[in-house]
Design a protein around this ligand. Sequence first.
Ligand code: ADP
Ligand code: MG
Length: 239
Amino acid sequence: MIRFENVTKTYNKTVRALDDVSFNVKGGEIVGFIGPNGSGKTTTMKLLTGIIRPDSGKITVNKYNIREDPIKVKQSIGYIADNPDMFLRLKGNEFLELIGDIYKVSDTDRKKRVSELAEKFGLTEALSSPMISYSHGMRQKIMVIAALMHDPPVWILDEPMIGLDPKSAYELKQLMREHTKKGNAVFFSTHVLEVAEKLCDRVIIIKKGSILYNGTLADLEKENKNESLENIFLELTEK
Ligand code: ADP
Ligand code: MG
């Protein structure tokens, strides 16, 4: 459902953030995107959503080429950015109304999804307060609700667990599992290995804009003679 083919991205003509990167994510898969700070995770995700453009290469989401069908791609994606500090002057429910309008979500679906998710994340009461008064975790949760409101098949989540309390992190992981069970795709970045270990069908490890590993964690451990994942990861990314 996600296909990245030979994608290169340079910022300001000098910083090569991604260098000839190729990978895919199939329906039914949760794929973890792991790498140290500055390795190109956020850049990859922004390219997938069309927020930024590649120098070269081809990006396809839900069978749509992002250059030819950018709107179709956006409709296919639920994206959580790496920073939830947006639209802070709006109240939670105003922000969700705005997102519902942009994505043309019907009133019935809107009410149903918002109340379900807000209940799950313990955010129902807070929806009538301005988001500037929210904690980081609450802002993160409302971004999750906003991203999932139009029921997109492909989820792209940039460090989604940061700032979430354990219960909300658990709920989000459950949602990710349920989503992929229905044949959809989840692609999320993390630098927390334990999260990847428990959740992912496959991991992609990136460093300095190049993919170092793409496969299951079990195979990675086998290849490295059952060394701990933490050691393997450190060795891969610090060399
Ligand atoms: P990650 O999300 O893995 O921490 P990023 O994709 O944010 O990594 O960054 C990859 C590289 O691109 C880093 O070297 C970073 O400094 C650089 N970079 C990211 N965004 C910009 C930008 N807007 N302008 C210039 N350089 C950038
Ligand atoms: Mg990032």
